[in-house]
Design a protein around this ligand. Structure first.
Ligand code: ASP
Length: 354
C-alpha cells in the first residue's frame, strides 16, 4: 500500500506522553492500546468471558447477538491483515453489532488526500462506538487514544480505540489470544517453558506476548528467546520479563531448548520491516520449522504461530504434515482470536459480561 499523501509522521508528541488507563478489573470505555494495561486478574476475567462465549457459540446460543446490538465498530486498517481484521469483524457481527469501513479500503480515505491520523480517527469516532486501528507507525494507537479522549468530551457518543497492531510496536489483542490459548491448553502457566522463535526484533506479537507472560505472574516460568543476534528481542522487553522473576534464556540455537519446551511460538521473519532487502535475504532461512525439527519437541508440547506463515514453516508439504500433528494448534489459536475479541468487545462496550 502506498503512503498517505502528506507522508509525514503520523504520531505527534501527544502520543508519546499518553498513558492508557490500566484495566484494573474494569474494561468499560477503556482503550486497548498496550498489554501494559493488564495484570493477572484482568486476564483471568477475559479468559472466563472468552471460555463462556466459546461455549455459547458451540451451543448456538442466539442471545449472544444481543450483547452488542446497536453498537458500531469501525475497521481502520492501514496495513495488511487477514486474521485481525476478519476476526474482529466476525466477532462484532456475532455479537449483533455492525461494522463499518471506508468504502474500497483506507486507500480511499481522506488520509490519502493529506489528512492526518488524528483527524481521521476523530471523524471515525463520530460514527463508531469502537475503532480497531492497525497502522504501520509505532505510537499510532496512542495517538488514537489521546485524540479520542479529547473528542469524547465533545460528542454524545464516546468511542474506544483498540489497537490491531502498531508497526513493530505491539499487538495487544494477538497477545491476549495467545496467552488465552496457552492457558486453555495447559490449564495454567505455572512451571511452563515457553520458547519464542524467529524475528523477535520486529515481531510485535512476541513483544506483547513476552510482556503479558511476565504480567501474568505465574510460578516457575522460563522464557527462551531464540533469534539471530540481529533480530534479538529488544532488551527493554527481556529486562522487563527478567524483572518479573522469569528466567530468560537467550540463544541462537533452537536445539539448546526445544526438548525442554512446553510451548513453541514460531514467527515469520518480517520482510516488510527490513530497509535493506539484502539483509533480509541473508537471514530469512535462519529458522525453519519442519516435521523433522518438530520431532525433537516433547510429546505434549504445543506449536503456535500468529500467522501468516511463509517459508519459515518449510515447504507446502511440510505445512501439511505439521498441520496433521495434534500438537500444532495454530488454527485453534486463530479461532480463539475470535472468542477473545468477542470477549473484549463486550467488555469495553458493555462492561460486565453475563
Ligand atoms: N499477523 C501478525 C501481525 O500482524 C504476525 C505477522 O504478521 O507475522 O503482527
Amino acid at each position: 500500500m502506498s503512503s498517505p499523501a502528506n507522508n509525514e509522521s503520523t504520531v505527534s508528541q501527544h502520543a508519546f506522553a499518553y498513558q492508557p488507563q490500566p484495566i484494573n478489573g474494569e474494561f468499560l470505555g477503556k482503550h486497548i492500546i498496550s498489554v501494559d494495561q493488564f495484570e493477572r486478574r484482568d486476564l483471568d476475567i477475559l479468559f472466563d468471558a472468552a471460555t463462556s462465549i466459546r461455549k455459547r457459540i458451540r451451543s448456538h446460543d442466539r442471545g449472544l447477538t444481543e450483547l452488542c446490538a446497536g453498537k458500531v465498530m469501525a475497521s481502520l486498517f492501514f496495513e495488511a491483515s487477514t486474521r485481525t481484521d476478519m476476526s474482529f469483524q466476525s466477532a462484532m457481527r456475532r455479537l449483533g453489532g455492525d461494522v463499518i469501513a471506508v468504502s474500497n479500503g483506507v486507500r480511499f480515505s481522506s488520509m490519502y488526500k493529506g489528512e492526518n491520523l488524528s483527524d481521521t480517527i476523530r471523524a471515525t469516532g463520530c460514527y463508531a462506538d469502537v475503532i480497531v486501528l492497525r497502522h504501520p507507525e509505532i505510537g499510532s494507537s496512542y495517538e488514537a487514544g489521546y485524540y479520542l479522549d479529547l473528542l469524547n468530551t465533545r460528542i454524545d457518543n464516546p468511542t474506544v480505540a483498540i489497537s490491531g497492531g502498531d508497526g513493530i510496536g505491539e499487538h495487544p489483542t494477538q497477545a491476549l489470544l495467545d496467552i488465552f490459548t496457552i492457558y486453555d491448553r495447559k490449564k495454567s502457566l505455572d512451571n511452563l517453558t515457553i520458547t519464542l522463535v524467529g524475528d523477535l526484533k520486529h515481531g510485535r506479537t512476541v513483544h506483547s506476548l513476552a510482556k503479558l507472560i511476565a504480567y501474568y505472574d505465574a510460578k516457575n516460568v522460563r522464557l527462551c528467546l531464540v533469534a539471530p543476534e540481529s533480530l534479538a528481542m529488544p532488551s527493554e522487553i527481556s529486562d522487563l520479563v527478567k524483572g518479573h522473576g522469569i528466567a530468560v534464556i537467550e540463544t541462537e540455537d533452537l536445539v539448546d531448548v526445544i526438548a525442554q519446551t512446553d510451548v513453541i511460538y514460531w514467527t515469520r521473519i518480517q520482510e516488510e520491516r527490513f530497509a535493506d532487502p539484502d539483509i533480509y535475504e541473508t537471514i530469512k532461512d535462519r529458522f525453519i520449522m519442519t516435521p523433522r525439527v518438530f520431532a525433537k519437541a516433547r510429546s505434549n508440547a504445543i506449536l503456535m504461530h500468529p500467522l501468516p506463515r511463509k517459508h519459515e514453516m518449510g515447504t507446502r508439504v511440510d505445512h501439511d504434515i505439521l498441520d496433521d500433528d495434534p500438537r500444532a494448534i495454530y488454527f485453534e489459536q486463530m479461532e480463539n482470536g475470535m472468542f477473545v475479541r468477542m470477549a473484549l468487545l463486550v467488555k469495553v462496550l458493555r462492561g460486565v459480561y453475563v
